[in-house]
Structure formats: structure tokens, C-alpha cells
Write a protein that binds this ligand. Structure first.
Ligand code: NAD
Length: 283
């Protein structure tokens, strides 16, 4: 189909999960991919993040499609490193950048997480998105597309009072950051529209990745159990969605990413895409 033929795409958090799925899908559709990932853990986030091996594998999967991949270990909190690595990667791929997918994220859930968890979630999930977009802006031209990853958690939190609770400070930071990603993307879209550059946000519900399949998330969904397993959580996951599914797959998000990256969506900007199996219908 080659829906994004010869476009150059930057994806953060690309070593695994949704980011890797987007990378492979867009490569299959004809794009060259820049894959960034932190590839080490963050203390307050009590499940493992991607490894250098994951990032290498993701790059190889892209190359298997016949397209080019440039990988780099970059923390989206580090704007200087992002600037440097993006300049190197863009130069390697011919000097242009057409699509930005600001996808990297952490979810440091838990009542026992220290207050630094709030800062970490905010820094990765909001500041990291801003850093990614802002280092990319100088390369983007008419026809470019920016796609940010929010979360249904942000939309739900926007309609509820802030507070403590079982999410803990990291969970609160996550929800707040995702709320801001939503409004930031709309502000950005308004600024970029006169240049014919688009910006849209995708809000996934539960998605079948390492973030969801993690002990802190199992505890969130099964607060009645001391050490819940995935099987225990699977009984509770469907409560989030209106449709009878426990989660969506990364590929379900990639379909929307591909549409927004392609010229099929050339006049769509400032929009919110919920891939949530009806989750928001419940609120
Ligand atoms: N999985 C879900 O249920 C769900 C639901 C809604 C939204 N999301 C969002 O989707 C996005 C992708 O997450 P996922 O579901 O694929 O989870 P994931 O944990 O599998 O992937 C996240 C990736 O981001 C990377 N990352 C984390 N911190 C980083 C940093 N500081 N710099 C660079 N890379 C970093 C990780 O190493 C990992 O590869 C995130 O923004 C997440 O908040 C996920």
C-alpha cells in the first residue's frame, strides 16, 4: 500500500510496545524510521522499561521490511541529547523529517511511590513530549504530521478532582501529564495550521504492552488482592471499556498512527482520537 512512502518518521519509546508496533507498521507502509528509547529503568517506575536489546531488535524489524532504521538510546527528558541524536539521525536519512510520534511514557503507579514519582511521570510523559516536538520543529515543513500519545487516564482525570488515592503521586503525575498532552497538542495544532503542519493526539485505553502487563498495574486493577497476577487482573481489565475486551492491541493504535502520518488525513489537525473500545462512554 505504501501509505507513507518515503516519509521519515521519528518515534520515541520505539524499542517495544506501541512504539515498536508503530515503527514496523509505518516501515511496512514505506517510511524510514528513527527509533529513540531510554533503554534503562527509572527508579520510581516499578516495572522494567525497554533494554538496549529491545531497541536493536526493533531496528532490525524495521529493516526486515526493506526500509531504513536509525536507533539511538535517548531519554526524552534530555533535550540536549534529543537535539543531538535527531540531528545525526536526520542527516543519516537524507536531511528531512516528516512525521513525529511522541509516544515514550512511564506509569509509576502505587501508593508507596515517593513524590519524585510525580516529577518523573510529569517529566517523561509531558516534558518529554514537549522536548520531542520542539527539537523536531525546525525540520518540519508543510505536510508534516505530529502525533502525540495521551491516555484515557488523562481524559478521565480531567473530569475528576485532583487528590491522593491509590494511584499515588506517580499515577497522579501520569494523569496530569496526559491531560496536558491533550491541551498542548491542540494549542500546537493552532500554531502550526498556518504552516500546513498538523498535530493530533491519540488516547489509548488499556493496551496490551509492558506498561499494562506489570505488577503495579495488576495491583491497581485488583486492589482486593495482595499479590495479584496477570490472570487476576484479566478479570478486572474489561471493566475499563464499554466493549467486552480487556484491552486493545498495539496494532490497533498503529492503524490510527498510520492514518495520521499519511496524507489521507491531510486536513485533520487539532483532533483527539480515542482508541478506547468505548471506555470514555462510561464517564
Ligand atoms: N499500555 C497502556 O495501557 C496505555 C494506555 C494509555 C496510554 N498509554 C501510553 O502509550 C505510550 C506507549 O506505552 P506502551 O503501552 O507501549 O508501554 P511500554 O512500557 O511497553 O513502552 C513505553 C516505551 O517508552 C520507553 N520510555 C520510557 N521512558 C522513556 C524516556 N524517558 N525516554 C525515552 N523512552 C522512554 C520505554 O523504554 C518503552 O520502550 C505511553 O505514552 C503510554 O503512557 C499506554
Amino acid at each position: 500500500m505504501e501509505r507513507v512512502r518515503d516519509k521519515v518518521v521519528l518515534i520515541t519509546g520505539a524499542a517495544r510496545g506501541q512504539g515498536r508496533s508503530h515503527a514496523v507498521k509505518l516501515a511496512e507502509e514505506g517510511a524510514d524510521i528513527i527509533l529513540f528509547d531510554i533503554c534503562h529503568d527509572i527508579d520510581t517506575n516499578k516495572y522494567p522499561l525497554a533494554t538496549p536489546h529491545d531497541l536493536t531488535e526493533a531496528g532490525l524489524e524495521v529493516e526486515k521490511t526493506g526500509r531504513r532504521a536509525v536507533t539511538a538510546e535517548v531519554d526524552v527528558r534530555d533535550r540536549a541529547a534529543l537535539t543531538r541524536e535527531l540531528a545525526n539521525a536526520v542527516a543519516e536519512l537524507g536531511g528531512t523529517l516528516d512525521v513525529v510520534v511522541a509516544n515514550a511514557g512511564i506509569c509509576p503507579l502505587g501508593a508507596d511511590v515517593p513524590i519524585s514519582g510525580f516529577a518523573d511521570a510529569f517529566d517523561v510523559d509531558f516534558v518529554g513530549v514537549v522536548n520531542t516536538v520542539h527539537v523536531a520543529l525546525p525540520y518540519l515543513k508543510s505536510g508534516a504530521s505530529i502525533i502525540t500519545t495521551g491516555s484515557i487516564a488523562g481524559l478521565v482525570a480531567a473530569s475528576q478532582p485532583a487528590g491522593g488515592g491509590p494511584l499515588g503521586p506517580g499515577g497522579a503525575g501520569y494523569s496530569f501529564a496526559k491531560q496536558l498532552v491533550d491541551s498542548y497538542t491542540r494549542q500546537l495544532a493552532a500554531q502550526l495550521a498556518p504552516m500546513s503542519i498538523r498535530a493530533n493526539v491519540i488516547h489509548p485505553t488499556n493496551c496490551n504492552t509492558g506498561m499494562l502487563n506489570s505488577d503495579p498495574m495488576y495491583k491497581q486493577f485488583r486492589p482486593d488482592l495482595e499479590n495479584p497476577t496477570r490472570d487476576d487482573a484479566l478479570l478486572a481489565f474489561p471493566a475499563m471499556q464499554a466493549m467486552p475486551v480487556p484491552y486493545v492491541e498495539p496494532e490497533d493504535i498503529s492503524q490510527v498512527v498510520c492514518f495520521l502520518a499519511s496524507d489521507e488525513s491531510r486536513y485533520i489537525t487539532g483532533s483527539q482520537f480515542k482508541v478506547d473500545a468505548g471506555a470514555m462512554l462510561k464517564f
